[in-house]
Design a protein around this ligand. Structure first.
Ligand code: 13P
Ligand code: SF4
Length: 328
């Protein structure tokens, strides 16, 4: 560690104490950011922590929708997003509404599954075609999309969330891959939307074959944001923290990791006797990597960047998050 980094770490710890702040970091953050965080986790764990933690300030080392969720759940706390430009392209794909356009029909929808609405459909367009069908919003959505939804879910609990609803059909937005994975694991009908995460979508079955060829003893873990044909080839499909738990409890020694490479930091740290290979070395989320120790220091010193959601959006969005958090 350089002397500049040591100094920065000391200053962050001092400021953190002075401001009664807590640093939350997603599993995809840079190694040094995960190192200084008070809590590192997947989206579900981070939401739970944000709703229960005792502090004045939450410093969120993650992307915009995560800090928004923290603010929705803890409106009395100051929630800081370490880098204002750290967004999630998937969350930004879907919109609640847009200027009205007349659409007479959607031919694809009457065909056999999968039921995936194309991108030009807004959330309200889909809802209007399925009155009474509840919307399950992945937490990787903006606050206004959550506010327009019945319940939230994460990659760790989507099937459980869908199964908890007393209906036979749900609308699941925005990730088509996660939705199709859920469809594979429930008898209910899942109506999806054509969103995706560019980091996970790029993985192909050929990548899995290549990695297996290079590491024949390794188990393949894949995140449900990967394509269905990739997930079908994996030994384990789970969220980032699900991968951490699986690696720890498995008797196997080698693993190929099909998610953002930031997860390798904790996998290696928590399992020094095991070996982890990235499924693709370029599974890097540029937005997750925007935060550095300097961003955290600046956030604490200058109170940047405050994330707050208007009450009009916050109250219904909170209902959707609370419904998810109520599911054990
Ligand atoms: P999880 O950590 O919940 O698996 O989510 C992955 C993700 O893409 C967050 O942006
Ligand atoms: Fe969004 Fe994908 Fe980055 Fe997660 S990894 S923040 S889903 S772009």
């Amino acid at each position: 560690m350089s002397s500049e980094e040591t100094l920065l770490r000391e200053e962050i710890l001092k400021l953190k104490q002075r401001r009664r702040a807590i640093i939350l970091a997603h599993n995809y953050q840079r190694d040094e950011v995960q190192e200084i965080a008070d809590f590192t986790g997947d989206s579900l764990e981070l939401s739970r922590t944000a709703s229960t933690i005792d502090c004045d300030v939450i410093v969120f080392a993650g992307v915009n929708f995560m800090a928004e969720s923290a603010s929705i759940l803890s409106p009395d706390k100051t929630v800081l997003l370490t880098e204002i430009e750290a967004g999630c392209p998937m969350a930004d794909m879907i919109h609640v509404d847009s200027p009205r356009r007349e659409r007479k029909s959607f031919p694809g929808f009457h065909n056999p599954p999968p039921y995936i609405y194309p991108k030009e459909f807004t959330l309200r367009d889909i809802k209007s075609r399925h009155p009474g069908v509840p919307v399950v919003a992945y937490v990787n959505t903006t606050a206004d999309v959550k506010a327009e939804s019945h319940i939230c879910c994460t990659s760790a609990n989507i099937v459980k969330v869908i199964e908890s609803l007393p209906v036979e059909t749900v609308i699941s937005v925005p990730d088509k891959n996660l939705s199709m994975w859920a469809q594979r694991n429930t008898k209910k009908k899942v109506i999806a939307w054509d969103g995706y995460c560019h980091v996970h979508e790029r993985v192909t079955p050929a990548d899995v074959l290549k990695a297996r060829g290079e590491h024949p003893m390794a188990l393949v873990m894949a995140h449900p944001e990967c394509r269905l044909d990739v997930l079908e080839m994996a030994d384990q499909v789970t969220s980032t923290s699900g991968m951490l738990r699986f690696a720890k409890s498995s008797v196997e020694k080698e693993f190929i990791i099909g998610t953002e490479i930031g997860l390798l930091y904790r996998l290696r740290k928590e399992n020094p006797d095991k070996v982890f290979y990235p499924l693709r070395k370029d599974m890097i989320c540029p937005n997750m990597k925007k935060t550095t120790l300097k961003s955290i220091f600046r956030a604490l010193r200058e109170n940047t960047y405050i994330i707050r959601v208007s009450e009009e959006i916050r109250v219904p969005a909170r209902k959707a998050l609370d419904r998810m958090l109520a599911i054990a």
